[in-house]
Design a protein around this ligand. Structure first.
Ligand SMILES: *[C@@H]1O[C@H](CO)[C@@H](O)[C@H](O)[C@H]1NC(C)=O
Ligand SMILES: *[C@@H]1O[C@H](CO)[C@@H](O)[C@H](O)[C@H]1NC(C)=O
Length: 430
């Protein structure tokens, strides 16, 4: 009897809580609406409020139902003006205001970061703001960023990318641009073009990381530097033995037909130098030594040219490269598979593994891959990976905003205890 009474009371309390939450939610929504109505009253105010939604990211992180509910409401609003490529092209036409508005002027760095510069290869084709926010999240004046944009990209997007390269001294456009065709060699070539430009850069970077426009970091800059330092010259990427189905991708000759890569019946020759092919994803964290070695190795050159007519060569090239005997940071052929969940380079949620390996997607799926939503913030930050894929501002802008805030919080925390903090006052300004 007592138990039943107690149970009923809990239930009543829960119901009360729910009602209260709903009440607060509707109140907040009211505030939101008035907020968005009052914001955007002038152009200046709009740029200052750029990409900021009135949301409490700590509460999102705590999975507070009211705040998560609010993020769902925000998701349904489409603020087209803010996310247009044209707006970024326009903003970067005046570098000093771009640097000021986007907070590049006061990016500090520690001695540790200065002594361990990183390089990034960004292969992108759309969503200029997402590219800018990715760079902003990783930005340190000590790093170097190469942007490869697809030759097919919209003009406004290209103009925004050129704007970024013009305003930020350590961001440049790849000297050779490709027309990137899905699953073809051109995707791999885009990264290779950036890598060879990065080798010529004055920045003595220690590691290079490749990114696409739908990636976002899960670690602050200081944390990335310290994690990569701990690699001690090793590389970080997926490298596994291929399934029989995957082997078809490189045992048959593929060719482009109407801009689509198609398999033929023609069997390819064996890989050169008796190389054993491994597979992985397109993402890597590679040491400077390995990239230098790549540039001069005949074996690597032969592997590359053999890969030209394979399907999605980026998914076997890097994975095979680190297994080549004698390369810097070699993963011996005899060593077991390193899966994508083990390698920590990129956290990707596959639809068919949801609820089996991880909680379901709170955003949206595209080709079986999850585009993350705000309810995954905590899971993303705590999983242990360095970057995640995919994010899309038109699916959920709140998760990106909250990642930015959380990472900035962490960066500040590290800065507050850094011994030598360098805060440059001026950047290139044209
Ligand atoms: C945001 O949420 C956290 C935890 O849920 C709470 O402690 C904090 O007071 C909130 N901040 C604001 C400004 O409402
Ligand atoms: C890369 O290789 C090319 C040709 O093999 C060579 O000319 C160039 O100097 C190399 N780059 C570096 C940074 O070693």
């Amino acid at each position: 009897m007592r138990r039943r009474y107690w149970f009923l009371r809990i239930r009543r309390q829960l119901f009360g809580c729910l009602l209260l939450s709903l009440l607060i939610l509707s109140l907040l929504l009211g505030i939101c609406i008035t907020y968005s109505a009052s914001a955007g009253s002038s152009a200046a105010q709009r740029t200052t409020n750029l990409h900021r939604y009135p949301i409490n990211c700590s509460a999102i992180y705590d999975m507070d139902p009211v705040e998560v509910g609010k993020s769902l409401w925000i998701r349904r609003q489409r603020v087209v003006e803010e996310v247009s490529d044209e707006a970024l092209a326009e903003l970067t036409s005046d570098c000093s205001s771009f640097l000021k508005i986007r907070g590049y002027e006061n990016v500090c760095f520690s001695e540790e970061e200065q002594l361990f510069p990183l390089a990034y290869s960004l292969v992108v084709h759309k969503s200029a703001w997402m590219v800018e926010r990715l760079i902003r999240a990783l930005y340190s004046p000590t790093h170097v960023f190469c942007i490869h944009y697809d030759l097919k990209s919209p003009l406004q997007f290209i103009s925004a990318m050129k704007g970024l390269a013009r305003c930020l001294p350590n961001v440049f456009i790849s000297s050779q641009l490709e027309n990137v065709v899905y699953a073809s060699f051109s995707r791999l070539k885009a990264d290779l073009n950036c890598l060879s430009d990065l080798l010529r850069s004055d920045v003595q970077w220690k590691y290079v990381i490749n990114l696409c426009g739908q990636d976002f970091p899960l670690r602050s800059n200081m944390e990335l530097v310290s994690e990569l330092k701990n690699l001690n010259g090793a590389n970080m990427l997926e490298t596994s033995r291929p399934s029989e189905a995957k082997k078809e991708r490189f045992t048959f000759h593929h060719q482009l037909k109407d801009s689509v890569l198609q398999k033929t019946d023609q069997v390819k020759t064996e890989p050169p130098h008796g190389i054993q092919i491994f597979i992985g994803n397109a993402y890597f964290v590679l040491s400077h030594q390995l990239v230098l070695h790549m540039n001069s190795s005949e074996v690597v050159r032969d592997l590359l040219s053999w890969s030209e007519d394979t399907y999605s060569p980026d998914e076997h090239f890097w994975a095979t490269l680190v297994r080549l005997p004698g390369v810097p940071g070699e993963v011996p052929v005899s060593q077991p598979d390193i899966t994508d969940l083990m390698s920590r380079t990129r956290l990707v949620k596959w639809e068919y593994l949801e609820e089996y390996l991880y909680p379901p997607c709170s955003g949206q799926h595209v080709r079986s891959v999850c585009i993350f939503g705000a309810a995954e913030l905590r899971w993303l930050l705590n999983y242990g990976h360095l970057f995640a894929n995919k994010f899309d501002l038109s699916v959920d802008p709140v998760v990106v905003q909250c990642l930015e805030e959380k990472l900035q919080e962490r960066q500040r925390l590290f800065e507050s205890v850094a011994l030598h903090l360098i805060c440059p006052k001026t950047l290139k300004d044209q």
